[in-house]
Design a binder for this molecule. Structure first.
Ligand code: SF4
Ligand code: SF4
Length: 310
């Protein structure tokens, strides 16, 4: 499945998995450190906006920029306009169950977590006693890690449903930073699943690495991610994490890759150094560059350099 992408000044690689918890963030963090050590002008971004933790492994550094983004809309009830007809609740204006009646004040209340900002309450209320307005839905931070390369990451706020839009905002900052600093490489840690945030992550990337473990659930979810990548016409390959965990599962992945003509960029063994590194809040390559997983990660980065960056 590797198409030799034409050499460009910047190459953007995403890591996704379909399933969460298969080692994406551990691998992304070490990639950043190894590529930096190899002399590549690299930037790392965390687009797993519902559970960002790449910054924890880099123990964050100097904050260069931090901003709040408004990508979510919610309904605000305007009691001064309400004539207490109760139609909004009796006629079920809200299909998201975000409207209920508060008998103590004889007026409706909006559940801002459940509200999707669809605007039906505003349209249907005879007095238009609602206002649809943008709310703070997440934050984006641009930091300089202690290693010297930049990290861009975002985090959704509780109740904000538009994490795909937040990912798009992160990628705008990534692209701006790449351009402003003439960077060669971006490593993008993607969200799990195959929903909007993942699609927003992989759109326009040069290459996507699908991390898969030899378990039936991980392969099932990786297969769904691969189908999505095919639909989006992305270039991609596989890295097998915990490759020696289950021989039959490993064989299934290898046969799957052969059948679908997918490049296996490398494999990482089961290595207790990885959880130890996480406990210490460090990329495994920083924690112990001689560990079996660090050596495997270095081989994979060399494969990436040979394929795309040399
Ligand atoms: S429909 Fe409008 S005016 Fe009637 S109770 Fe609901 S908010 Fe008030
Ligand atoms: S904006 Fe839509 S989702 Fe929100 S309360 Fe009104 S009808 Fe419900």
């Amino acid at each position: 499945m590797i198409e030799k992408t034409k050499k460009r000044s910047t190459f953007q690689i995403g890591l996704i998995s379909g399933k969460g918890g298969v080692g994406k963030t551990s691998i992304s963090s070490s990639f950043g450190v190894i590529f930096h050590e190899l002399g590549k002008k690299v930037l790392v971004a965390d687009c797993d906006v519902d559970a960002p933790n790449l910054g924890l492994l880099f123990q964050s550094g100097e904050v260069l920029e931090q901003k709040t983004v408004q990508t979510t809309e919610k309904s605000l009830f305007l009691p001064e306009l309400c004539i207490q007809c109760k139609r909004c609740v009796d006629e079920e204006f809200c299909k998201f169950n975000a409207l209920s009646w508060d008998s103590s004040i004889n007026m409706p209340v909006v559940d801002s977590i459940a509200c999707e900002g669809c605007g039906a309450c505003y349209e249907l209320c005879p007095e238009h006693a609602f206002e649809i307005h943008a709310i703070d839905s997440g934050t984006i931070s641009h930091e300089r890690t202690k290693y010297g390369f930049d990290l861009v990451w975002g985090e959704t706020r509780l109740g904000a449903q538009t994490s795909g839009k937040l990912v798009t905002e992160i990628k705008k900052i990534v692209n701006h930073t790449i351009e402003a600093n003439n960077l060669e490489l971006a490593i993008i840690d993607g969200p799990p699943g195959i929903g909007c945030p993942v699609i927003a992550t992989v759109t326009d990337l040069d290459y996507v690495i699908v991390i898969v473990e030899p378990t039936s659930t991980a392969l099932h979810d990786a297969d769904r991610a691969i189908q999505m990548l095919n639909q989006l016409r992305r270039n991609y390959g596989i890295v097998i994490n915990k490759a020696d965990m289950w021989k039959s599962g490993y064989d299934i992945i290898v046969n799957y890759a052969k059948k679908h003509d997918i490049e296996i960029l490398g494999e990482i063994p089961v290595d207790m150094t990885i959880p130890q590194a996480i406990v210490n809040g460090l990329p495994v390559y920083t924690f112990n560059p001689q560990s079996p997983s660090s050596k495997a990660l270095k081989i994979i980065t060399r494969n990436i350099v040979n394929h795309f960056l040399s």
